[in-house]
Ligand binder design. Sequence first.
Ligand SMILES: C[S@@+](CC[C@H](N)C(=O)[O-])C[C@H]1O[C@@H](n2cnc3c(N)ncnc32)[C@H](O)[C@@H]1O
Length: 196
Amino acid sequence: MISFIVIGHRAATTGDFKLDDIAGGAGRLDVLVRCVNSAFFLSHDIRREVVLHLCLSGGQDAPKTVRFSGGDIRYLNPDERSTASLIRNALLKKAPAEGEVRSSPGVYVSRMSFEDVVSQLSGRRFVYLREDGTDCREYDFPEDPVFVLGDDRDLTEEEESLLSATDPDRISIGPLSLHADHCIIVVHNEMDRRRA
Ligand SMILES: C[S@@+](CC[C@H](N)C(=O)[O-])C[C@H]1O[C@@H](n2cnc3c(N)ncnc32)[C@H](O)[C@@H]1O
């Protein structure tokens, strides 16, 4: 399994935003929607082995996590609006106090924070994407990695310190600072090449 955690620092946690305004009123949800597309889409297929956690920290009902699971995902289309709609439907669902609830096949919502998700995945190898990390071309990707990255903002000091407790590997995917969704594509590409 390949997992990604993306932290949406200002991303909406209630479903009352307009699909025409995901970059504004929904707290840069557009960045996260593009991460969903990059994490899952191949030209004519879906990466079934991928799980993506969107940890949403903005809005009135934070924290929440929307989890996309490639193994059972349905109704995922490449256009951003329909992906935003899947997230909005998840946020309109009543998230339980404990555990998660399915809002559509392969999409789950919970009240988990970034810290909760990290703790739930403990035991796996965490890989922190940072511009100043080890060059990924010198890096042996583990079997079941959990990649962690920021949205349009880097991790806060508090988030970094939570993640540091897992002793993550820190990798850079190139000399320039890229958009989060582009980072996911590069990571997939590097892993694809080694598996080919
Ligand atoms: C758009 S960047 C965040 C802001 C960016 N650090 C800046 O100064 O403009 C989103 C996230 O992508 C990841 N990232 C961007 N470029 C990267 C690179 N070259 N290597 C590794 N991770 C990168 C980091 O996790 C970063 O938090």
